[in-house]
Structures are given as structure tokens and as C-alpha cells.
Design a protein around this ligand. Sequence first.
Ligand code: CA
Length: 417
Amino acid sequence: MGLIRSWVESANGEDCPFPLNNLPCGVFSVSDDEPRCGVAIGDCVLDVARLEEAGLLALPGKPLLDVPFWNEVMGAGPAVWAALRDRLTALLAEGAPDRAAAEPFLHPLVDVSLHMPFLVSEYTDFYAGRNHAFNVGTMFRGPENALPPNWLHIPIGYNGRASSVVVSGTDVRRPWGQVKGPDHAVPSFQPSRRFDIELEMGAVVGTPSIGPVTVAEADDMIFGYVLLNDWSARDIQAWEYQPLGPFQAKATATTISPWIVMKAALEPFRTATPAREVPLLPYLNEPRPMLYDIALEVALQPEGGAETIIARTNYAEMYYSAPQQLAHHTTSGCAMNTGDLLGSGTISGPTKESRGSLLELSWGGKEPIAISGGTRTFIEDNDTLTLRGQCKGDGYTIGFGDCTGKVIPALADPYAR
Ligand code: CA
């Protein structure tokens, strides 16, 4: 399928991230207005909340968009998601009879502020990138024991904090934490000196589940995907992570892109997970391709300086897909809710330039990387980190919007009072 042309002319450009094929879901406000749901189209946002209020969306049942988050739509299930896309496509397509009715509901993107697109119910983060797990394991344990014995059998994860999730553009304050002292000395409490990013995709759960679900059912439950930066304090993590995994190192912030790209927009870019190195237990097998070909990059910009792209990779590098992770998450009987967010795990490719964290790019801080006007091992104060992702279709592009955050200096000692 090629570009679906829209009467919003800016949506028809080959490189526009928001063509009619995309219709990503966000929450926006204009000046001091209340935040409300909108859909990006070209260089505009369509106010779908007011469209519904005006009776122009014709979705079945009760209002779903009279709240400043997408959870009501997400929980309504795949038939409603499809009906919404069909109706928006009919309103915005080239030659649409309802153009005059819809046009007053457009706002230029440059005039709006973007907010969290959904209420995060709970947040789980995985460790499902083969190259990332191998790189980190090699640094910590050597190449012979790089992958833990469970890694090729189970999508490893931990329960994160929903309260850590913030929308792109939110500043991230360098955290304080407890770090290991030299040898057997007492640990110290200090601002993190090894603050890092993790380039990930986030899967957003739409329909809830009770009890174990199959991989196919899990795929049906997913509403869409966002870019996700799992900010990580490596020095805090190294001291705290045994035996229960990361805790405060990952709790400072998790930044997501402002737009949820619905699964339907990603459908042409489906691709299979890489070949299995050992067979999976049957419950984890994928009945069809469930990863996506999404080109990803990370940019670092020092305060007042030029941006450098420090990594380029692809979501298709993951060993486990989000539906496999979600299915595994339910094996215990764990209920999943509308608004649950699943981080993929750091997405690193096989080459040095395709590593999705500074820990890997600088090999534990031993090999500084070149950036415009200097070098970096880990993030310095007032650096801005931006994740970007795009799918290239036949004459069109699917984008997520920038997933960006500036790291601002640590507070003075928070306990000195
Ligand atoms: Ca992570």
C-alpha cells in the first residue's frame, strides 16, 4: 500500500512523519486551554475530542474522547480502533465530502503543547535485545558467560514504576544515589556520574486480560507503540542490582514519545524475530511476524552545541517481540490492564555504531565517543538526548515524534537539612 493522500497538503510529503497512513494518538493543548485528545496529520493536529463532541466521529456507544487521555479508546478494543481509523481516514482523505466540517478542528502543531498521551497503569521493562545483553554481559562477566543461562529461553523483565514515565520534552534531573565504594570501603551517596540512556520501544496495552494469554492474543491486545528512553544510572545500578535487579537506577524517569502509533499504521512493516538459537517452549512461539522494521537513531546535543547522531539501529534487532513478552508476562496469571506499558529492552545492533546505550557505545566508559566539539562517555549536565524512529513505506514515512529529554544538574544534597 502506498501513500493515502489527504486534503491536508503537508501530509502528502514523502518525508512527512504524519501522513494519513499514520494517524498517531496524542494529547495536546492550545495556549491555556484544557489538554485534549488529538491526532497528528501533516503539520497539524486534529482535535478529535471536539470532533466527537460535535457528533462528527460517529463512534458507537458512550463518548470515549471526553477525557484528556486515550485509555477509554484503548480499552474499547480492536473493532473501535478500526472504526476510528476508518472514520478519520474518510474525513481527511483527498476529496472528502466532510472537509469543510473537519477543517475548523485543525491546529498547527507549532502552536500546541503536547502532554502524556495515556495514563500509564503499570510499567514493565524487558531485557530482550540479544546484542545489548551480550555486550553488557561481556563487560561484566566476559564473553564466555555473557548471556545468562535463561536468556535464550525467557524474556527477562522487571516491574518498573509507572510514576517514572514522562512525556518527551520533560527535563530529567540527574539523580543522587548510593554507589559502591573502593574495595571494601563504605559506599557513598552522591549524584550519579554514569547517567545513561536506553533506546527502547514501548508497547501500549489496549484491551486487558485475566489469566494466561497466547502470543497471538497478546498481539491483539496491543494498541500501539511509542519510542521509550529508559534513563539509567549505571553506577547506582552496578551496586544495587544483585540479587533482585534494577531499582533506583531506573526510577528517575522514563521518557516516551508524545504520539502513540497505532498497530494498524505499522502493519506494512511487520517482520519476523531473528532465527532462534535454541527452540523456545511452545507457548512463546510466534504464529506470525510480530516485530517491526523501524529505523531508530539517538542524537546527543550539548548545551549551545551542535547535535551528533551517536547511534543508528532498528527495532527488528530484538530477539523477543512485544507480544512474546506480553504473553510471558501473563503466564503466572498476572492480570494486564489498559494502559500497561512494556519497554522492549535496549535495542542494539551488531556494530559499534548501532549500540543503544552509552554504556555500550563507550564500553563501560573506557572508550569515549566523539561528538561535535568534544567527547562523551556518559551524559553530562545540560546534554539533550533525543530518540527518533521511522518506517519508510512506498512514498511515505511513519514517525513517532521526537522522544527527547534534557539532563539538568543534580540538586544540592537532598538530605543536607
Ligand atoms: Ca531498559
